[in-house]
Design a protein around this ligand. Sequence first.
Ligand SMILES: *[C@@H]1O[C@H](CO)[C@@H](O)[C@H](O)[C@H]1NC(C)=O
Length: 498
Amino acid sequence: MARNMSQAIFSLLLIFLLRLLSVARAQTCTVGDHADSTRFGTEFVFGLPVSGQYSSYLGDYGNFIQTSNSGGTYYYASRPARSESGQFSTSGMPSHAKIEYTAESSVTRDTGLHDGTLRVLPDYNLIVYLFGSNTNEGTYGATAVTPLVYLGQEYFASVLAGPGLGQVVISSTGETTFIRLTPNGPFTYDGITYSSPFSDLEVEIPAWYQMIITTSSNDFTGSRILANKTVSVLSGSSCAYSPEISSGSCDYAIEHLLPYDKWGTTFNVPPFQDGSTGYYIQITAGRDDTTINVDGTLVSIGQGQTESREVTTNTMLRITSDKPIQVVQILKGAASMVVIPPEEQYTLMNSYFRISGADTLGIYLNHYFTIVVPCSSQSGIYVTGTAPGDNVYLKTASSSTAKGSMCAYFYTGGQTFTYTISQSDPNGAFTVLNYARDGTAAAGDGSAGYAYVGAQKFQTQRCLDYHTIIYGSDVTTQATTTQATTTKATTTQQQLPK
Ligand SMILES: *[C@@H]1O[C@H](CO)[C@@H](O)[C@H](O)[C@H]1NC(C)=O
């Protein structure tokens, strides 16, 4: 009896300690954390999208990698679920290293769970870009990979279906991870196609596995992904047309998504200054009753709903909202997508980005970048480009455009140059978008292009109690949790917005 009693007390204590531990872990989230974050990180985790090109050649995925350590760094690239690992090295910037991951037919056209999640671990630090390329079809796309430490537990998909499949790849990070997908549109997972009426799909992803979903409908954009531990989500398509195109080569349009806790409410979307006219945007609401102001026009949408628009002139859009939103910009012609950083993630940190190394794959592009900054703080911005031979050139913008007090400055980029941007004005936080296309850049021309964020920070904007959001509240958790910022989303999450 006594023994049973002490065992019972011991188990209770254990449960209590475990709860304390999980509460302590939840409380490590602090609003304002990571104010000094950049794209350099010491751990990167990501899956590879499905290869959807219309080609017997499946194409390749790979990384371009740089380090800020002048002495360079060693790094490991591994597929932990397969116990595959390799050690590589790169010298300091402006050098880069390239690793390629050969697509496998058994992997790249299947949905379901797959053991291909990649993990990159440097001794020092790295910036990691992920590219997809099909040299048979001359197509190329890229995204800048967000360091693991800035990823999160809630995402909203953004896909570009047609003519190929839209796709979402969710990677677990070293532990079995529970996923709840709240779909907004038809999708295929593990060979099963789900269509309306939709209900939540719950899946366990084994440690270091990836969950691959495909869709033939852009309605899937806005589908909500909740995870009980940090996950990495790639979204887009490896064979996309931008909406005005209906034939020709399809292109990679891949983005590493930003978790909901890093979203913001104020956006400046600059036009592309590459000879094309206009662009598309997808605006997704993270919560119900979100009112969005797009250049003076008000729209109200619910959680997971998406407002899509074509902008037909080369003007900068100003978008604000009363609750956090995700804004994705789509390049016309050679389709590419980029998740636009909100002003809340504009940075004052010295920023570095490298113009994509697509030329090393035999794909020659015209490269550009745009700096968005308060017009009154432009004089504090200093831009240099470093050629592979270490020659440093001061860069000035070729033109600019304004919307209210915000300005976008347009630059042309040199193939394989590394750019450094600094800002001496403490009120002049900025962001940078990198993009490229082949051909003469008239809308609809060119089969290859990319767009990704060159500079932003990953500051925590809000802390959420995902344990309660996912599993519901229980008495003990409520009694011990002191976090003030739990979400109200639990009341609406079963409700499908469409
Ligand atoms: C997440 O869920 C999985 C599967 O249900 C479980 O094994 C794991 O312990 C959970 N992790 C956390 C941090 O709650």
